[in-house]
Design a protein around this ligand. Structure first.
Ligand SMILES: Nc1nc2c(ncn2[C@@H]2O[C@H](COP(=O)(O)OP(=O)(O)OP(=O)(O)O)[C@@H](O)[C@H]2O)c(=O)[nH]1
Length: 701
């Protein structure tokens, strides 16, 4: 009977230095030790029977034992399990029935907090340290309190293996959500009991249904005074879930913060576990759903084994490339990586192979034994960028380092597209494609946090399409690619549009219609729905240009509806549009990094706003600087930055007026000369660029 040791729970338990050292040495990944009395005790004392410190089978010193016991007891409020159950729980993990599940929800509804509680109750992490969000390991995730990357972790509960895949909540990370759900059988749909069903709740629900997952609705935050579980249950029924008592998708009320009701979630998951006996007899097929580069271990892939058994030392092949590899290491996360040497059907874990290059660990690829021929599993649709932005180093000579960092990060986040670009003002850079503006912002922060890059990011644009007279089409991802022939009417331009569904309580319908009209929305339908929740809800369908949605639309939607409106959208192709390129000249010299492509109706307001902003941030010179916003040859806005005027007459007391006039004349001459040498070479500091680029084009309204 092998019991696997996890390192994380050790630390608080083994406070004494010597025993901690001994324990840590023995608890290295890969150690599977024969249990002695202490492990039986641990399994009996903890209902999860999970890979806890005292479960590693090595008898710790008396002091550590009592401390471990204390840690184990505090990690769950449940009474000790019965002996028969304890035996089942101490079974090797790969013989256990398993279920893979994901937690899906609207942003901030409490996925990561619920994951923490589940990890605590199953003994993967010690309890009582408060809200840690163990799975949000990236710095950007902790700082912003959002999940960006999916994470996978395996837990034991009552003789069952529960594989949790935590997913991001924001619409920009829907790609990660759909990837993670491919590896699951169950989805815990978390809904904030105070906020109710939101736009992302609906879209993740749709993805989960499309993948035929069993849905368990979880009403979270029931500890909040504003919680209205009945209203939210009615909303869930309104979206077609059978959430009533005894219903197919009976909801569970929990407080992820206090732990109330979380045990019921575990019980429901256990009921859905399967032994995968049949699947384990088949040829091995595993789906790679994430991969990254670890500086110490090389390429690491996260895989979900659908059929068969995958062991360390096996020769495997990639269905996509046909290349073969040897499995050098294999294991699960609990939540620290634990080497198990094997992964069987129904299990999710990491594997290291002798891959030379990150690009070989293609996400969505199927791995199989090299000597077998299998049908590849259904992969993921490649993502299509919705927003583009260019990234430049602050110091031109740092470009090679920046490019290297971008390439590495893009391999970790496969939804980002990368192409080189250069600008006269900013030098060499990269044009990147993202799924939304939050995605862009998170990528920027990860470049800074994880790779120490100092960068400048240009204003986001959407992919416009140009159709030439001969019918050939091309996509323009940057204002620099805006076609000159357009002016002569030799090409047609189209912009991407979305079909957006906006839901809000009736009292906000006026302000929501106004908002959509401001953003060039075309109304398609409007429905009033009584709903079981008692409030009259309005459902409006609009066709909106994507360029309008990716900027400040969501912020305005939330603020004008006091957070009650929900909006979701789907791609609706392209529509012909009167687009123009708005450029900026400083002292007559074009500053290409500031150029934007936008609808003609927005050009004047945006041009004025950006010119004003430039006037505020460009440092004053010894001569007057003209800041102009132009479309083609036409100036649509102009701001002047007044020159510094040194008081050259300050030292003259009294005397003849001609002395003053002489000094002023000399100053005038000097300025003429200065302007001649500095013309077109106004030094604009990087901060000035940053503050202008950070102001979105639509803010000019
Ligand atoms: N009162 C209360 N607050 C909660 C509860 N669950 C989560 N929260 C709080 O809600 C906020 C958001 O929780 P997270 O767990 O980060 O939410 P999330 O859904 O993982 O967010 P993303 O990862 O960004 O999608 C945090 O401040 C939590 O402390 C709960 O049951 N009760």
């Amino acid at each position: 009977m092998a019991v696997i040791a996890a390192r994380l729970p050790l630390r608080p338990a083994c406070a004494s230095a010597s025993s901690r050292l001994a324990c840590e040495a023995r608890c290295q990944p890969g150690v599977a030790a024969r249990p002695r009395r202490s492990s039986v005790w641990a399994a009996a004392a903890h209902p999860s029977g999970s890979w806890l410190h005292a479960g590693h089978g090595l008898a710790p010193r008396q002091q550590s034992v009592s401390m471990c016991r204390a840690a184990l007891h505090t990690s769950s409020t449940r009474p000790p399990a019965a002996p028969a159950q304890a035996e089942a729980e101490a079974a090797p993990f790969d013989a256990l029935p398993a279920v893979s599940f994901s937690i899906i929800a609207h942003i901030d509804h409490g996925k990561s907090t619920l994951a923490d509680r589940l990890l605590e109750m199953t003994g993967c992490i010690p309890a009582g340290v408060g809200n840690r969000q163990v799975l949000d390991s990236l710095k950007v995730e902790r700082e912003r309190g959002i999940t960006v990357k999916s994470q996978a972790v395996s837990m034991r509960w009552q003789g069952t293996l529960l594989n949790l895949i935590d997913t991001p909540g924001h619409v920009d990370f829907a790609y990660e959500v759909s990837r993670s759900l491919s590896a699951c059988q169950v989805a815990l749909l978390v809904v904030d009991a105070a906020q109710g069903v939101q736009s992302q709740t609906l879209s993740v629900l749709r993805i989960a249904r499309a993948r035929n997952l069993r849905i368990i609705p979880v009403l979270n935050k029931i500890d909040l005074p504003a919680a209205q579980p009945d209203v939210v249950l009615a909303q869930l029924e309104d979206v077609g879930l059978d959430v009533g008592s005894g219903g197919r998708e009976e909801a569970i009320s929990v407080s992820a913060k206090t732990g109330q009701g979380v045990e019921e979630v575990l019980a429901r998951l256990v009921r859905g576990a399967r032994t995968h006996k049949e699947a384990r007899r088949q040829d091995m097929r595993a789906l790679v759903f994430d991969s990254w580069y670890d500086p110490y271990k090389g390429v690491v892939a996260l895989a979900s084994v659908y059929e068969g058994t995958l062991r360390k030392g096996d020769r495997i092949a990639s269905a996509a490339s046909g290349k073969t590899y040897e499995v050098l290491g294999i294991g699960v996360n609990s939540p620290e990586p634990v080497s198990t040497g094997v992964l069987r059907a129904g299990q999710v874990g990491w594997l290291m192979m002798n891959m030379k290059d990150m690009s070989e660990a293609a996400i969505g690829d199927t791995l199989h034994h090299a000597h077998t021929k299998v049908e590849p599993l259904e992969g993921f649709k490649p993502s299509v960028p919705m927003v583009y932005a260019a990234v430049y180093p602050l110091q031109a000579q740092d470009f090679p380092k920046l490019e290297d960092a971008i390439t590495r990060l893009a391999l970790n986040d496969r939804s980002v597209t990368v192409a080189r670009e250069s600008s006269a003002a900013l030098g060499q850079g990269c044009r990147l494609g993202f799924l939304g503006t939050l995605h862009l912002d998170v990528f920027r922060q990860r470049l800074e946090d994880e790779y120490g890059q100092s960068i400048l990011v240009t204003a986001p644009t959407v992919p416009f399409r140009v159709t030439a007279q001969d019918g050939t089409e091309r996509t323009i991802a940057s204002p620099a690619e805006f076609p000159a022939e357009l002016r002569a009417g030799h090409a047609e331009l189209a912009e991407p549009v979305v079909r957006g569904t906006l839901m809000c309580p009736e009292e906000y319908v006026g302000s929501m219609m106004e908002l959509c009209a401001e953003h060039r929305g075309e109304d398609l339908s409007i429905e009033f729905d009584e709903g079981k929740s008692g409030k009259r809800q309005v459902r409006m369908v609009y066709r909106l240009p994507l360029a309008e949605v990716v900027t400040d639309f969501f912020g305005k939607l939330k603020s004008r509806s006091s957070g009650f409106a929900a909006f979701e959208y789907e791609d609706d192709g392209y529509t012909a549009s009167d687009l123009v390129k708005l450029s900026f000249l400083i002292s007559g010299t074009p500053v290409d990094a500031l150029a934007v492509v936008l609808h003609r109706s927005k050009a004047v307001a945006t041009g004025r706003a950006m010119a004003r902003k430039l006037r505020d941030v460009v440092p004053r010179q010894q001569f007057e600087v003209a800041i102009q916003a132009v479309i083609g040859n036409k100036v649509i806005a102009r701001e002047s930055l007044k020159a510094f005027r040194k008081d050259v007459t300050a030292g003259l007391y009294g005397g003849d007026y001609t002395r003053k006039a002489k000094q002023l004349g000399k100053q005038k001459e000097g300025k003429k000369r200065l302007r001649a040498v500095s013309f077109g070479r106004v030094q604009i500091p990087q901060e000035a660029f940053l503050s202008v680029l950070n102001s979105r084009p639509n803010e000019g309204k």
